[in-house]
Write a protein that binds this ligand. Structure first.
Ligand SMILES: [Zn+2]
Length: 277
C-alpha cells in the first residue's frame, strides 16, 4: 500500500514505462512485420518487469508503472504483478503515439481508452499521466483536466514539483518533472538502423548518482529525484544490478525515502493548498 509522504524526507521515485513493442510499432508501422524487432520490446512484459518487481520487493520499495492501454490489455499479467507488488499503475497513452503528432480527437480517444484499459486490468483508474515519448501536445493539459488526473510527469522545465495553471476534479494538476539524463534509454537503447555504442553501466551510474547528490544537496528547495526506466531495457540482469547499486548508494544518505508518484503528487498538492497557492 501507499506510504505516507514525510515532507522532511527527500523524495525518490523509481518509474518504469512498460512500452513493450508499442513504441516500435508507433515509430514505424512497418515494424508490425518485423517479429524480431518487436521481440526486443516484448522482453519488458515477458521477463524484465518480473526481475524488477523481484528486486524492489527484496528492497521493500514502491514504484510507478506507466503503461500504454494497449499494452495493459495485451500483457495484463505483467501489470497485475506490478499492482500486486504495490506499484502504482499510471497512464502512458494507448498506442504509444506521441500526442504532439495526434489531432485533438485522436489524443482524447487515446486518453479515454487508456484509462479504461488500466481500470479493467489494475482495478483502479490511473491518476497520473506520462505522455508517450514525453511529447506533450498543446491539448494535453486540458484533456488531463477533463479526465480527472491528479498529476503529470512530462516536463523538463524544473526539477522540483509545481502546480500547473489548470485544475481537474482531483484539484490543481501537479507536475513531477523528468529529464532525459535520468532515463535509461539515452544510455542503453540500441536498435537498428540507428546503431550506436551501448553505454557502460558505469556511465549511467555516474550520471544518476551525481544527479542524485546534486538534487539531494538542494532538498531544502523542494527538489525531487525521478528516475525513468523501461523494463525491456533495465530488466536485463546487468541493469537490474546497476539499479540495485544505485538504490544502495541512495540509501546511504539520511532523510531519503522512496515513494510512488501519486504519493508525492498528493503530498505536494495538499502542501501547496495549505500555503495558499
Ligand atoms: Zn514509452
Amino acid at each position: 500500500m501507499a506510504q505516507t509522504v514525510d515532507g522532511a524526507k527527500f523524495a525518490v521515485m523509481l518509474t518504469f514505462d512498460l512500452d513493450a513493442e508499442s513504441a516500435f510499432l508507433a515509430n514505424d508501422p512497418e515494424n508490425a512485420h518485423r517479429v524480431g524487432v518487436l521481440s526486443q520490446g516484448q522482453y519488458g512484459p515477458k521477463v524484465g518487469v518480473y526481475r524488477l518487481i523481484e528486486l524492489l520487493q527484496r528492497k521493500g520499495l514502491p514504484a510507478t508503472l506507466y503503461v500504454p492501454g494497449w499494452c495493459a490489455e495485451k500483457y495484463p499479467d505483467a501489470v497485475r504483478a506490478a499492482a500486486g507488488a504495490g506499484w502504482e499503475i499510471a497512464h502512458h497513452g494507448y498506442h504509444h503515439i506521441p500526442p504532439a503528432s495526434q489531432t485533438r480527437a485522436e489524443e482524447a480517444e487515446a486518453i479515454v481508452k487508456g484509462i479504461a484499459a488500466i481500470e479493467k486490468v489494475a482495478g483502479r483508474p490511473p491518476v497520473g499521466y506520462r505522455s508517450p515519448s514525453w511529447d506533450f501536445s498543446a491539448n494535453t493539459l486540458e484533456l488531463l483536466s477533463q479526465n480527472g488526473f491528479l498529476y503529470s510527469s512530462n516536463m523538463m522545465d524544473n526539477d522540483a514539483p509545481y502546480l500547473h495553471p489548470v485544475s481537474s476534479s482531483a484539484g490543481r494538476i501537479v507536475e513531477l518533472p523528468i529529464q532525459w539524463i535520468l532515463d535509461d534509454a539515452p544510455f542503453f537503447m540500441f536498435s537498428r538502423p540507428a546503431l550506436r555504442p551501448i553505454s557502460a553501466l558505469s556511465n549511467a551510474y555516474e550520471h544518476w548518482s551525481e544527479e542524485f547528490e546534486g538534487l539531494y544537496a538542494e532538498r531544502e528547495r523542494g527538489k525531487i529525484f525521478v528516475l525513468t526506466m523501461h523494463p525491456f531495457i533495465s530488466g536485463r540482469p546487468s541493469r537490474v544490478r546497476l539499479l540495485e547499486k544505485l538504490i544502495d548508494f541512495i540509501r546511504q544518505r539520511p532523510n531519503v525515502a522512496f515513494y510512488t508518484c501519486e504519493d508525492v503528487a498528493r503530498h505536494f498538492q495538499a502542501k501547496a493548498a495549505k500555503e495558499g497557492n
